[in-house]
Design a protein around this ligand. Structure first.
Ligand code: SAM
Length: 487
């Protein structure tokens, strides 16, 4: 009996798919995370890397969950390619899965992102497509291959027998996926990753302290993690000033952390790595809340538009530069600020938006729950000579309530949360704060659309929408919405 089943896909059932080793199927549409999916009689089949309309040969992944309505298969061969398929120009495309849309033309990728925004605004925001403003696209120019914008990457490290590996875990590969020539990284970041990778080879021959090895090594899927070294984080912005942080397995306390740092083996390797790194790239060792800097600079400097932002290691910051600059530029334009107005930056992080707007408004105030970021924002205000921007620490609800109780008023605001909705209770303070124009920047479109739904019920109207392409070649999209309220 042949292992390959040929059939028209939607007539298949989950049980039939489970029985087949390989199948030939027609892909129906995109799934939420950019994978191709096939509608089955009683469920779905997801195929990473397959495009709608394509006829493909797929192999069912092993160990699928009993009773699941969604099954997963790997793409074996594209038998009839879609006209919008492009060469991914990346050898690891099939195994890495970091860029889910790398095989899609840029125009189609942007259409996919616009459609995603329309769908969530309808589903969670309660606005039918016919009543939505047209979804604009905010994307770096030129989009060409849509790559090489990432200047930050966190890589795992492990030792497998005689080999060392530095890279990313992938559901499609046993080995860590090397990032030293990843086309999504800027050339400078690639170079530093390659340097660290080369220097890591030396770890194999280091005389690890037996006690330390016992203390900090762990077994992960049968592989021994290198004693002491868990993860390596690399940040290298445009003009080359960056930092490599070697993350040690969790330290119990300061003493334990220092014992790890000073172990002869690790210290030797770190000294060697420090010599290999370009002069502007600093080196730090960290573990949970402990960090020691071995080589300056201790803070990263990031050019953003006309600002030079200093970023501490506990601060949130975009992982891509050129797309973030496009977003900030659009934001300034969308807010229509005037010198008579006050501006509130909710979820201000290191203060980028407040500082960018400060010269165009009477006063800018930033709110964030991360005390370290508030301190960075203050440093950045002083560093840029801006004296009409102030920053306060606080959570969404407590922070906004405190501002409202103090009688503060703002005509303009931005809200920029992480991937969770801000929630109705906190959003309700925007009205007593007097906010009239609001731009919402939502890294999770579904979460953002829930907040938009809540705001609409409080009298806000969405008058502009955009899909911001902050992570080209991936399915990630930021929802940007401008809202107005009659006061
Ligand atoms: C996506 S970052 C935005 C940073 C900033 N707007 C920028 O453009 O660089 C989200 C920020 O929201 C803050 N945040 C997350 N949850 C929060 C909460 N419950 N209350 C206040 N701030 C919060 C985080 O600390 C983080 O700095």
């Amino acid at each position: 009996m042949s292992d390959t089943t040929e059939t028209s896909s939607s007539s298949l059932s989950l049980a039939e798919v489970r029985r087949a080793l390989e199948l030939e199927v027609r892909i129906d549409d995109f799934g939420f995370t950019g994978e191709g999916y096939v509608r089955l009689q009683d469920g779905w089949l997801s195929v990473h890397g397959a495009l709608p309309g394509e006829w493909v040969r797929v192999r069912l992944q092993p160990d699928q969950r009993e009773g699941a309505r969604r099954l997963y298969a790997d793409l074996v061969e594209v038998l009839e390619p879609s006209p919008v398929r492009r060469d991914p120009l990346c050898e690891r495309d099939a195994s890495c899965r970091g860029c889910q849309l790398r095989h899609l033309s840029v125009d189609e990728e942007l259409r996919f992102k616009v459609r995603g925004i329309q769908e969530v605004v309808e589903k969670f925001g309660g606005v039918p497509p016919g009543e939505q403003p047209e979804v604009e696209i905010l994307t770096p120019q030129p989009t060409a291959r849509g790559d090489a914008y990432r200047y930050r990457t966190s890589l795992s490290f492990r030792r497998v027998g005689d080999r060392v590996e530095l890279g990313l875990y992938s559901p499609a590969s046993e080995a860590l996926i090397s990032m030293s020539d990843c086309p999504a990284l800027t050339a400078q970041t690639q170079r530093v990753v390659a340097t660290v990778e080369r220097s890591l080879q030396g770890l194999n021959t280091l005389p690890w302290d037996a006690h330390m090895a016992r203390e900090v090594s762990a077994q992960v899927e049968g592989f021994e993690v290198a004693p002491g070294v868990e993860q390596i984080r690399v940040v290298v912005p445009n003009h080359g000033v960056g930092l490599v942080e070697v993350r040690l397995t969790e330290a119990r306390d300061q003493e334990h952390f220092e014992a790890q740092c000073h172990s002869e083996a690790l210290a030797g390797w770190l000294a060697r790595l420090s010599e290999y790194l370009p002069p502007q790239v600093g080196l730090a060792v960290g573990s949970g809340s402990f960090r020691a800097y071995l080589k300056e600079p201790t803070r990263v400097r990031i050019p953003l538009g006309r600002l030079q932002m200093e970023v501490g290691y506990d601060d949130w910051i975009h992982a891509t530069l050129a797309p973030a600059e496009v977003l900030y530029e659009a934001l300034e334009h969308w807010l229509e600020p005037t010198r008579a107005e006050r501006f509130l930056d909710v979820g201000c992080g290191i203060g980028t938006i407040a500082l960018m707007l400060a010269s165009r408004v009477a006063e800018a105030v930033g709110l964030d729950q991360n005390q370290a970021s508030i301190e960075s924002a203050e440093i950045n205000a002083v560093g840029q000579g801006i004296d009409n921007a102030h920053f306060v620490a606080g959570g969404w609800e407590t922070g906004l309530r405190r501002l409202a109780a103090a009688g503060e008023r703002f005509e303009l605001a931005t809200i920029n949360p992480m991937r969770e909705p801000v929630g109705r209770r906190a959003l309700a303070y925007l009205n007593p704060l007097g906010v009239e124009r609001l731009v919402y920047l939502g890294p999770s479109p579904a979460a953002a659309a829930r907040d938009l739904g809540a705001l609409r019920e409080m009298g806000w109207e969405i008058d502009r929408l955009a899909a911001a392409n902050l992570h080209p070649a991936t399915y990630h999209t930021m929802l940007v919405a401008r809202l107005r309220r009659e006061v």
